[in-house]
Design a binder for this molecule. Structure first.
Ligand code: IMP
Length: 207
């Protein structure tokens, strides 16, 4: 049995990662609150890199050092080719509304994305999510796993599920946005499901 510290303050990510890992009885999960780590301002400075992989590793290393325990961190975002890959690693702060958090911050980001894609059609609305899931062990070992998910950005939101950009992210094969898709189905096809399952299989194989 491996027990990992889930190193994220994002409620949507926590919900999804816990659900995905529940498929792996050999992998236990403990949250940052449960290990007594209250949020600290220095955490914000961790995501300073240009790639999801580097940011995920920085977060996993930081929390593994602070807890002395096996840690899983997620860095993720949405990339739009027609916007040169933006929002990309800046997905959370895309609208530069540092005064907002959670659903209010998500709504501001979505409004900006809708605005930037106004009048664009077809391939110009293509987007993909990326999730980098990093494992850091207290002995210094590290592993990184990446999952992606392709979709199309709608001109207006649909559905109340998921978080972040999900109500805009339409999956042609599913005929729904991530905001409309049942959560269990999102976890099967999502960038996070793909990355976190690779990490879980690695831990299972370690026994
Ligand atoms: P991070 O906390 O720096 O990794 O930023 C993640 C941001 O990317 C979130 O705040 C969302 O804006 C966006 N994001 C990542 N994954 C998802 C997802 O599964 N659904 C919707 N938005 C996501």
């Amino acid at each position: 049995m491996s027990e990992l510290v889930l190193a994220t303050r994002n409620a949507g990510k926590v919900r999804e990662i816990r659900e995905i890992l529940s498929e792996y009885p050999e992998v236990g999960v403990v949250g940052l609150d449960a290990v007594g780590l209250a949020e600290s301002p220095e955490e914000d400075a961790l995501e300073a890199f240009a790639t999801f992989q580097e940011n995920a590793l920085a977060k996993a290393r930081y929390f593994a050092a602070r807890t002395g325990r096996l840690t899983l961190a997620d860095d993720s975002g949405i990339c739009v080719d027609a916007l040169d890959g933006a929002p990309g690693v800046h997905s959370r702060r895309f609208a530069r509304r540092g005064d907002l958090r959670g659903p209010e911050q998500d709504a501001a980001n979505n409004e900006l994305l809708v605005e930037l894609l106004r009048g664009r059609e077809g391939a110009e609305r293509a987007a993909h999510y990326v999730c980098a899931a990093a494992l850091a062990w207290p002995d210094g070992r590290e592993e990184i796993f990446v999952g992606t998910c392709d979709g199309v950005l709608l001109a207006s939101p649909r559905g109340e599920g998921g978080f972040g950009y999900d109500p805009l992210f339409f999956l042609p094969d599913e005929g729904m946005t991530f905001g409309e898709l049942p959560p269990a189905r999102k976890n099967v096809v999502s960038h996070r499901g793909k990355a976190v399952r690779q990490a879980a299989r690695k831990l299972e194989n370690e026994g």
